[in-house]
Design a protein around this ligand. Structure first.
Ligand SMILES: NC(=O)C1=CN([C@@H]2O[C@H](COP(=O)(O)OP(=O)(O)OC[C@H]3O[C@@H](n4cnc5c(N)ncnc54)[C@H](OP(=O)(O)O)[C@@H]3O)[C@@H](O)[C@H]2O)C=CC1
Ligand SMILES: N[C@@H](CC=O)C(=O)O
Ligand code: NA
Length: 428
């Protein structure tokens, strides 16, 4: 039986796992795809580097065109990362009729529509399951598993580094800077951790999830983003006392035909399944009109989990090759994108204020909420032992973002308010 030939762009963490699975699981891959799968060329940056895996020297190249222009190669697997070169190589591979599997969330979040349009034009498959929540088969689930439903909400813990940091801060009372250093040493964080801690990595993943879930072309610039660098131990401790865990949540919501997408540290009620997703684990919660609540949990990164998704995509491409249907089942957004305005985006909120500890202050503050028609769920006041201030925690009922912005602006300008220490969205 003629093998399907694969060119691998990258032999780092994920690429190594791909080689291990393709070589180690041949009988299963053959049974499921209908053909043997053979990696015939592997691109690296530095061929002299010693690696934890043996690949025959004649398969290794430092020249990407040895892969892209190789007429033998049917499928290109891109696991090298970066944006410009990967995009150029993937488009060139598609131009030559090669199918593509990629784990590259940065590329797919920014240039997904262009790449998918080229694939459709050339009758090729482009699959990218590993790009979001590495080991969790969530993209396939959104496109195929929920094809019969109308999704109204997707909430994701889709960045392992920040979940690790918040978990350590919550469970051990550790300080943000110390845990970030630890996460970098353990290799969880991206080379520039800004992308993790400021929420940009999660925003890219939410762009992909929202596009597939809402079947509309969501762009990265549609996502409002706030990271975890300002989350304090105190906020986490207050949240805990009130029954919440702080999590960096990506939230994509739809009401009627209008959608909103955001990433922000969120107070998640202990009873919500996302509150107990700890450490580097990822989870994606999906609510569908017909199915109701579902949640998908697992490793979001790492050599073998991520490679599992990459090779599953490869099996799908090879199966399509044997059925002669490549490029015919690609995902095409078919809905017009309509974004919610700030008046349409509603959530509960947690607000921590430092105020003067004297009669009437609480009444003045709650009056501002009333003026803007923001209803309150609970109000708590703690005297502060270290200074003559009181700490007030307010939890609102669902309030729209425009009204909340007005409330916060007005409260900030009040003489009796020393500081708005923190504001969190509340879920659960
Ligand atoms: N690591 C993970 O757990 C996850 C990764 N991903 C995505 O998978 C992709 C790969 O990640 P990962 O394996 O961690 O990355 P690594 O940095 O470990 O590996 C990258 C590989 O690509 C090669 N490479 C990079 N740039 C070039 C270039 N310009 N020319 C030739 N070769 C190049 C490197 O060569 P050399 O070895 O010689 O340096 C290396 O083998 C990224 O898009 C990442 O976002 C997605 C989910 C999880
Ligand atoms: N840096 C990312 C790696 C996977 O995408 C994370 O922390 O989740
Ligand atoms: Na995935």
């Amino acid at each position: 039986m003629k093998p399907v030939k694969v060119g691998l762009l990258g032999l780092g963490t994920v690429g190594t796992g791909v080689v291990r699975i393709v070589e180690g699981h041949q009988p299963d891959l053959l049974s499921q795809s209908g053909s043997p799968i053979e990696i015939v060329k592997v691109l690296v940056k530095d061929s002299s580097k010693s690696r934890g895996i043996h690949v025959a020297a004649d398969k290794i190249t430092e020249n990407p065109w040895d892969v892209i222009e190789n007429p033998e190669i049917d499928v290109v697997v891109e696991v090298m990362g970066g944006i410009e070169l990967s995009k150029q190589l993937i488009l060139a591979a598609l131009d030559r009729g090669k199918h593509v599997v990629t784990a590259n969330k940065d590329l797919m979040a920014l240039h997904g529509p262009e790449i998918l349009a080229k694939a459709a034009e050339k009758g090729c498959d482009v699959l990218y399951e590993a790009s979001v929540a590495g080991g969790i088969p969530i993209l396939r689930t959104l496109v195929e598993g929920f094809s019969s439903d109308r999704i109204t909400k997707i909430m994701g813990i889709v960045n392992g580094t920040t979940n690790y940091i918040l978990t350590k801060m919550s469970q051990e009372g550790a300080a943000y800077d110390d845990v970030l250093k630890e996460a970098q040493q353990l290799g969880y964080a991206e080379s520039d951790p800004t992308s993790d801690v400021e929420g940009f990595d999660a925003a890219r993943k939410m762009t992909i999830l929202a596009t597939l879930g809402f079947r509309a072309n969501v762009e990265l610039s549609d996502v409002s983003v706030k990271g975890i660098s300002k989350v304090s131990k105190e906020d986490i401790a207050y949240g805990k006392r009130l029954g919440y865990e702080v999590k960096l949540l990506g939230i994509a919501e739809r009401q009627d035909e209008h959608i909103s997408i955001s990433v922000q540290p969120t107070m998640v009620k202990h009873s919500h399944p996302l509150a107990s997703v700890n450490g580097v684990f990822n989870a994606v919660y999906v609510y569908g009109e017909a199915v109701g609540e579902t949640m998908f949990y697992g490793p979001g990164a790492g050599e073998m989990p991520t490679a599992t998704s990459v090779v599953a995509d490869l099996v799908a491409v090879v199966r399509n090759l044997n059925l002669g249907i490549n490029g015919r089942r690609g995902f095409v957004p078919y809905k017009e994108k309509k974004l919610k305005t700030d008046e349409q985006i509603a959530s509960k909120n947690f607000i921590l204020l430092h105020v003067e500890d004297k009669a009437g202050v609480l009444a003045q503050i709650t009056q501002v909420f009333a003026q803007h028609e923001v209803s309150l769920e609970s109000v708590l006041q703690h005297p502060n032992a270290t200074n003559p201030l009181a700490e007030i925690i307010i939890i609102t009922h669902d309030a729209n973002k425009a009204a909340m912005n007005n409330v916060l602006k007005q409260i900030e300008s009040m003489n009796v308010v020393q500081a708005i220490k923190s504001v969190y969205r509340v879920e659960g």
